[in-house]
Design a protein around this ligand. Structure first.
Ligand code: BGC
Length: 726
């Protein structure tokens, strides 16, 4: 079977300068864990990392982070005593391929050792989607210029760290037979146990000798054998992982699972894994005909989201950098609900439900956040981790050595309504009334209660205001009446009433219970109504233009063109020239454009046009937030400008694959990946779910022939094909 190139991410030369970027790009995973694309044999300065959902450990400044779990990759080859590595000898041929259809990562290298031994090496790895506790590596080696003595060392490594900070404490290890090994470790502060078991087997070669190397924290199974010139040996390393989050005895579970994996063998495990991927893609693939680069880049974004999505755990969520790097420490932001979730809501509602249940389970943390500030209800953290208690660092170490105060965790409140919005969207698209009754309604009402206590009444003007916040655009902090925040609060309170009415009609007992438990008294609801009617919204009904926050239009107007060409974000350049970005109208990301996309039906074309014309030129698309471009693409489609939308779409596509923002080493831009799906399906195809069904309003770029996508509407699978008839 030939696989279309659009299912492959191919690297044909190794560039040490791109080591960390490519580790991110070649991340694989299965929704339980993610493993960066570091090499099995290691490389100087490499950052191998395996991040497992829910395995948090304490970290200074950042409170907690996903701990870099023990490394399951180590697989070292020596040829006649010389160790294979890309940093030595000569690389004669090189190719690395991520096969997104199969969920496998493969590397083919022809290598000449310093002493002149030539070998072909072919390594394939996967994290099974069919069984999330199983990982596998297949290693092939062929000597090319004469017979060779081969040594293969397959090990585990407990000595990992997150950018220098250790989280793993080695406890014990052993081996009952030199082909089998196990290792037990735990996180230093949170005492989460991690148990790994592994097995090494070399197929069809006579006289293989196995040894167990018992180095503490690095148990290794070693195979020795001799190959004649041109003879290929194929070895398989199978690994199983359990943590104490999964079971009380993770070591026994890992060992039992390994027995079954060994019985099945690499080939059958691989088959089951590929079958699981085929099922997955059948539910959520998108195809862009007529544009291979866009097609591949979009699929890559979806692949990265799929490997980060928890399938069997509703107490974890997808962090801003997925499970692919240390950036943002694994913390969960609004990125998940506003950018990533729609892809799952429309294609894999079971996964969307898990992600929303994470927010339900973290309501106690959100109460704690509200209580700590003297507010009522649920106040979702700007950065959330295990419990939902705020984990945004208060201070951030600037590269120049100083500490910068971070305000987002104190005042970037809009995430609260963003989560309510995501619940609402999930409900409308899936029709999952049980979820709304049992969980969603509580999220919406409990967070509405927060707003009831947070919003301020301005008696003089007889209106409600929200002062001292940060909207999505973080280049302006401590602002009053952010139009995004206030308009989303207004929507949120409206939604709360709609949900209460729905409960009264369809689940009156639950409605009564929530009214009682959340103390939804007549007075409280009356205040919500009043806020909904009188909250300050900076919207000019004459022109449709919105002011991002009070006084924004009076700020200094800076022309980005004056700073071109540039390789840095505008806030940095402004600061360097002594200007505080807060004092200018330049935007990191577009609050008003986001609002026009989220509450699309509340605005007309005149408002869309007026705000696009005002805000798009004032936004740093290139180096501002990676969250911006895909929403520009959506709005541009709505405005009938698919070619402009396409530029933003392809710009988003470069964030990870091309490292166009220069920070892909820290991990995948998860929000941008989710935004890519939204731009394709909600933007270019123009899919809209309405009270009576759904429809499409396509705006395809001229060179696209066809856009095909799958989704589920109220449980029914739909295959959509949008043709370009221009
Ligand atoms: C953006 C936020 C985003 C966060 C995590 C920040 O740079 O401004 O909107 O939530 O990154 O991706």
């Amino acid at each position: 079977m030939t696989i279309s190139e659009n299912w492959l991410i191919r690297e044909t030369a190794f560039d040490p300068e791109r080591l960390h970027h490519k580790e991110t790009v070649f991340t694989i995973g299965n929704g339980y864990l993610g493993t960066r694309g570091a090499f099995e044999e290691g490389y100087p300065g490499a950052t191998p990392a395996t991040l497992i959902h829910g395995v948090w450990d304490d970290a200074p400044l950042f409170f907690t982070e996903l701990a870099n779990a023990p490394d399951w990759l180590p697989f070292v080859l020596t040829v006649d005593g010389e160790r294979f590595g890309l940093d030595r000898g000569e690389v004669l041929c090189y190719e690395r391929v991520l096969d997104m259809r199969a969920g496998t990562l493969r590397r083919e290298v022809r290598w000449r050792s310093p002493a002149g031994r030539e070998v072909d090496v072919s390594i394939e790895r996967f994290a099974s989607l069919a069984d999330e506790h199983v990982l596998a590596i297949r290693y092939r080696v062929t000597p090319l210029n004469g017979p060779a003595k081969i040594e293969l060392r397959a090990g585990l490594d407990a000595y990992t760290d997150n950018w220098g900070l250790r989280h793993i404490e080695w406890l014990a290890q052993g081996s009952s037979d030199p082909q089998y090994l196990w290792m037990h470790s735990r996180t230093l502060k949170t005492n989460i146990e991690l148990a790994y078991a592994a097995h090494l087997a070399v197929d069809d070669i006579s006289g293989v000798e196995y040894h167990f190397w018992d180095a503490d924290g690095r148990p290794t199974s070693v195979a020795h054998f001799t190959l004649s010139q041109g003879q290929t040996a194929t070895a398989a390393k199978l690994i199983t992982i359990y943590t104490s989050r999964d079971t009380d005895d993770p070591l026994a579970a890992a060992q039992a699972k390994l027995e079954r994996a060994v019985e099945a063998g690499y080939a059958r495990l691989r088959e089951a894994h590929i079958a699981a991927w085929a099922d997955e893609w059948a539910q959520c693939n998108v195809t862009i005909e007529g544009d291979d680069a866009a097609d591949r880049a979009l699929r890559y974004s979806l692949f990265q989201l799929l490997i980060a999505a928890p399938r069997h755990d509703d107490r974890v969520s997808i962090g801003a950098k997925t499970l692919s790097g240390f950036g943002y420490r694994g913390h969960v932001f609004w990125d998940t609900e506003v950018f990533i979730l729609p892809f799952f809501t429309y294609t894999r509602p079971e996964i969307a439900r898990n992600l929303l249940l994470y927010r339900y389970h973290t309501l106690p943390g959100a109460h704690q956040n509200a209580g700590a500030e003297g507010y009522e209800g649920a106040y979702y953290a700007w950065e959330s981790a295990e419990t939902g208690v705020e984990t945004t660092p208060k201070w951030w170490p600037h590269p120049d050595g100083s500490l910068v105060r971070i305000w987002t965790g104190d005042i970037e409140l809009h995430i609260i309504s963003d989560i309510a919005y995501a619940v609402d969207q999930y409900w409308r698209v899936t029709g999952d009334d049980d979820f709304m009754r049992d969980y969603g309604a509580e999220i919406i009402l409990d967070t509405a209660a927060f707003w009831g206590s947070r919003v301020e009444y301005n008696a003089e003007a007889d209106r409600y205001e929200v002062t001292d916040v940060i909207g999505p655009d973080e280049w302006h902090d401590h602002v009053d009446n952010s139009v995004y925040t206030n308009r989303m609060i207004q929507y949120h309170l409206g939604l709360a009433f709609e949900v209460l009415d729905w409960l009264d009609e369809h689940a009156p007992e639950k409605g009564a219970e929530l009214r009682r438990r959340l103390d939804l008294s007549h007075e409280r609801l009356a205040r919500w109504r009043d806020i909904e009617a009188k909250i300050k919204i900076n919207y000019d009904p004459e022109t449709g233009l919105m002011e991002q926050f009070d006084g924004y239009f009076d700020l200094r107007d800076v022309d980005i063109a004056d700073y071109e060409p540039r390789t840095q974000a505008m806030d940095t350049l402004l600061r360097e020239s002594g200007i505080d970005p807060n004092d200018t109208q330049l935007l990191k990301q577009p609050d008003v454009i986001m609002l026009l996309c989220l509450l699309a039906d509340a605005y007309d074309d005149r408002a869309r046009r007026a705000n696009w014309d005002y805000y798009a030129p004032r936004t740093d698309h290139r180096y501002g937030s990676s969250l911006g471009p895909t929403f520009h693409a959506i709005l541009a489609c709505r405005l009938g400008m698919p070619e402009v939308a396409y530029e933003h779409f392809m710009h988003a596509a470069g964030a990870d694959l091309e490292d166009s923002r220069g920070n892909a080493a820290e991990g995948i831009h998860g929000a941008s990946c989710g935004g890519m799906w939204q731009a394709a399906v909600l933007g270019f195809a123009g899919l809209r779910v309405t009270p009576d069904g759904y429809r499409v309003e396509p705006h395809l770029p001229r060179h696209w022939k066809r856009l095909c996508f799958a989704f589920r509407h109220r449980g029914q699978p739909v295959e959509a094909v949008v043709e370009n008839n221009k």
